[in-house]
Each structure stands twice: as structure tokens, then as C-alpha cells.
Design a protein around this ligand. Structure first.
Ligand code: FES
Length: 100
């Protein structure tokens, strides 16, 4: 079976570990937060301010801001754009991510 890595003939470096709400998740060098979460089977990681509706990736190119997430204690990071590094901590986000 073909995988995206095989189709692109990609040879990434060794995988490393990040966490999502304390749960260990494997990521590859250059992978965005969104790509790593999708690979781990996570498709939503934020809830909207008004009605608490689940959100994840919508546009995938940094335009819609649906994918906001907290990375290393910094809220409102676009998961589809932020590359991961070993030991990064990701937290799901409610509303603005500022405890309001
Ligand atoms: S999915 Fe649209 S900004 Fe990230």
C-alpha cells in the first residue's frame, strides 16, 4: 500500500515524541502540528468560543484559522503551519485559549 511518504519519495529523519494534552504522539521532522495529529487519529483539537463546536483543519493553508491550538503554552497557533520539534507540548484549546 502506498503512503504519502512513499508517493513523494520522502526520506525524513528519525521520528520524535511530542505530547497532546500529556499523551505521547510520534512526529517526523518537518511535520506540522496538524499533520502529526491527523497521523495520530486526532481530527479536532479546538472548540469555538460561542457554542463550543469542535474544530480542526479546514483550509490547511493558514487562511481560515479553524485549526488554532496551544503549542508550548502559546495559544492561537495555526496547527496547519507550525512545524513540530522534539519535546513540544500541544494542548487542545477552548475558545480564545486565554481562559476567558
Ligand atoms: S486549517 Fe485553516 S488556518 Fe489552519
Amino acid at each position: 500500500m502506498n503512503s504519502p511518504l512513499r508517493l513523494a519519495d520522502a526520506h525524513p529523519g528519525p521520528a520524535f515524541t511530542v505530547t497532546l494534552d500529556g499523551r505521547a504522539i510520534e512526529a517526523l521532522p518537518g511535520q506540522t502540528v496538524a499533520a502529526a495529529l491527523w497521523t495520530a487519529g486526532v481530527t479536532s483539537w479546538r472548540t469555538t468560543r460561542g457554542e463550543g463546536r469542535p474544530r480542526g483543519v479546514f483550509c490547511g493553508i493558514g487562511v481560515c484559522y479553524d485549526c488554532l491550538v496551544t503549542v508550548n503554552s502559546r495559544p492561537n497557533q495555526r496547527a496547519c503551519l507550525v512545524p513540530l520539534h522534539p519535546g513540544d507540548t500541544i494542548r487542545t484549546q477552548e475558545g480564545t485559549g486565554h481562559d476567558d
